[in-house]
Design a protein around this ligand. Structure first.
Ligand code: AMP
Ligand code: MG
Length: 425
């Protein structure tokens, strides 16, 4: 197994005390293993799951050339160029009928959308363009060209074609496409198992009274919610006291029962509690100071117990830092562990409503509200106080403004990158 030192030697410019975000992401992507177990599921249970194999179409979809309109199917070669074309109507084709008999030159077929095109016919004229009388239609010249309004067999999916690739996170259109192939079940990777807990003696859980000096544990709830969106199996281990035997028992249980464990708190430099010490004793763990804001301290590595290992993400304690480090590092790593081929997140370019001070040499994630300016272009305004403990800044935002590593201060009106929180599917 590659050690963390091996990985560090592959990451260019690795400096654990001022690690650029891109290097930290590179390191993590080299560290994480993939689950390879798979299971078959009914397609409706597979939304958001990771496809285990390429899906190859066994059939042409559609199976036959068919009409894209309600109208009359004809031979394009019968159409006159500079005079109306008159044709005899010899029958009607409805969607679901098998192919009707031969239609000869000079003849046409009344046809409905989705009905099979008889052999030799290649064009459909929509019904609203023709005059129909006494078993004949007259088609004005120039209304249709040969080949119009016909859907070709296999134009959606061709037999033998790989239509979805392994590693795809299945979306609504994919579920529909699997159905269009007649597939009732699909093989997906097993769900990743993720354990998570909060550390800190000051933390109380909801439902408990709050003694002086204590705060409610919110990180476990934001983590739960962010993990839900990733479609993983969750093991919520609660709040673990700052007590070495309790911490050791928690980490061992996580290593034995999960693929990854996420903790919050206790990883700052100079931290008085025992979390870091116990992490280090149970595996190969690094303590980073990342060149970012918020979210500077983070522990990363592998912990082991009873022959089982889990990837450890030791996130900082501050509530905003937890969310930002999760989106910057954990989200993509978990997708990858689950077998997904992560797709780059769409970024918006929006004009910053206000000036922002920023030092080059670290990445900053500011919480912002993206909206349309009066001219229709995107603009973004930072939400109130940006302290890393102020979760409200995150709740009020609809996107993260990403001020990149090399970037300096931003002037009002300057375009910045924003990661929107919401997508269509
Ligand atoms: P730490 O990283 O443990 O020094 O924690 C940094 C700050 O985040 C402290 O003010 C903690 O009280 C706070 N904090 C740590 N864990 C949580 C949590 N689970 N929920 C809310 N606040 C927390
Ligand atoms: Mg703490």
């Amino acid at each position: 197994m590659t050690t963390l030192a091996d990985i560090a030697s592959c990451v260019s410019g690795y400096d654990p005390n001022a690690l650029p975000v891109a290097q930290a992401q590179d390191f993590i992507s080299r560290l994480v293993p993939q689950v390879d177990a798979a299971e078959s599921l009914p397609i409706r249970s597979a939304l958001g799951r990771v496809l285990a194999h390429d899906v190859v179409s066994a059939i042409d979809v559609p199976a036959h050339d068919n009409s894209a309109m309600d109208g009359y199917a004809l031979r394009g070669s019968d159409l006159l160029v500079d005079a109306p074309t008159a044709l005899d109507v010899v029958g009607t084709g409805f969607a679901g009928d098998s192919a009707v008999g031969e239609v000869l030159a000079g003849q046409c077929l009344r046809i409905m959308t989705g009905a099979v095109m008889p052999a030799g016919l290649d064009t459909v004229v929509p019904q609203e363009f023709v005059e129909a009388n006494d078993g004949k239609v007259v088609i004005p010249s120039g209304i249709v060209r040969p080949g119009d309004n016909r859907r070709r067999a296999g134009e959606d999916l061709a037999a033998g074609e790989a239509v979805l690739h392994a590693g795809r996170v299945l979306r609504p259109a994919d579920i529909g496409m699997l159905a269009s192939l007649g597939q009732a079940e699909v093989r997906v990777r097993r769900r990743l198992r993720v354990a998570f807990f909060s550390t800190g003696n000051e933390l109380r859980s909801v439902g408990e009274t709050l003694p002086p000096g204590c705060v409610y544990d919110s990180n476990r709830y934001t983590l739960w919610a962010m993990l839900q969106r990733l479609n993983v199996d969750l093991l919520d281990m609660g709040v673990v006291r700052d007590d070495p035997p309790a911490l050791e028992a928690a980490f061992r249980h996580a290593a034995e029962n999960a693929d990854a464990v996420i903790t919050s708190g206790g990883v700052s430099v100079g931290e008085a509690d025992h979390t870091k010490q116990v992490m280090a004793e149970l595996g190969d763990v690094l303590f980073w100071r990342i060149a970012m804001r918020p979210g500077r301290p983070m522990a990363i590595g592998r912990i082991e117990s009873g022959g089982h290992a889990a990837i450890l993400f030791g996130l900082p304690g501050n509530p905003v830092a937890v969310m930002v480090t999760f989106y910057a590092f954990v989200r993509e790593a978990l997708l990858k562990m689950g077998g997904a081929v992560p797709q780059p997140l769409p970024m918006l370019r929006a004009a910053s409503v206000k000036a922002m001070r920023k030092k080059p040499g670290r990445t900053e994630y500011q919480r912002g509200v993206v909206s349309r300016a009066t001219d229709g272009s995107w603009q973004v305004e930072i939400t109130g106080s940006q302290g890393s403990g102020i979760l409200r800044s995150m709740s009020e935002a609809n996107g993260l403004v990403v001020l990149h590593h090399e970037q300096g201060s931003v002037e009002a009106g300057e375009l910045v990158d924003v990661l929107p929180f919401d997508g269509l599917v």
